[in-house]
Write a protein that binds this ligand. Structure first.
Ligand SMILES: [Zn+2]
Length: 215
């Protein structure tokens, strides 16, 4: 059995590195440059993991030996069984994260492929509210806020890709504040969270934001 060790954002990062190597192979003739790029790609991938077994490292390093598009595709698909899924979560656990929301609409969890999500999110279209659930240090963080489409492209805070953006505003109550004293934080993020989950290669900005607005 394969032990899962690759999180969705790391899988996206590996895909991004393979794309770059393939692009270099197609456009650069200098073998020395090619070798450097392949070596760098393997290093970048390895360094994206805080710890790896020898076998896992060898498997990831294979990126530096491939030449053809189908070899890279195979490399990516062979890593798929090692995807470390978003942790199992129940409807009850989600409801507990949003206790004030009595009419919380939760998506059909069985329709979600949890291997390919870094964060779970959905929009209640009747209220234009976005809900985000994220696993952090053995627990789940749940935040909600108003989502306003911008109908413009720009860089998303979470995935740092140019995407169709929405403005996401979260109201939270700062610690040691007086009753009724709310603080709003707004950020531009992907309008479509499935695209964001396919693009995100680093969780730092996402985590920083979630931790800053959590209740
Ligand atoms: Zn995004």
């Amino acid at each position: 059995m394969s032990t899962p060790f690759i999180r969705n954002h790391q899988y996206n990062f590996i895909k991004k590195q393979t794309k770059f190597v393939l692009h270099t192979l197609r456009t650069v003739a200098d073998r020395r440059v090619l070798e450097t790029v392949r070596y760098r790609a393997a290093r970048n991938i390895i360094e994206d993991f805080p710890s790896l077994t020898e076998k896992q490292q060898q498997m990831l390093e294979q990126v530096s030996v491939y030449e053809k598009a189908d070899e890279f595709e195979q490399y990516i698909s062979e890593l798929e069984p090692y995807l470390d899924s978003f942790p199992p979560i129940t409807i009850k656990q989600i409801q507990k994260l949003f206790p004030k929301n009595k009419k919380l609409k939760i998506p059909d969890l069985s329709s979600i492929d949890f291997r390919y999500i870094t964060y779970l999110s959905w929009v209640d279209i009747t209220t234009n509210r976005l809900f985000i659930v994220y696993p952090f240090e053995g627990r789940f963080i749940g935040i909600e806020g108003r989502l306003t489409p911008t109908h413009k492209k720009g860089y998303c805070l979470f995935c740092n890709r140019q995407q169709e953006l929405a403005y996401f505003v979260v109201k939270n109550k700062p610690a040691h504040s007086s009753p009724g004293d709310y603080h709003s934080t707004g950020q531009y993020i992907c309008m479509q969270s499935h695209e964001c989950n396919q693009s995100i290669t680093d969780t730092a900005s996402l985590e920083k934001f979630l931790l800053s607005v959590q209740k």
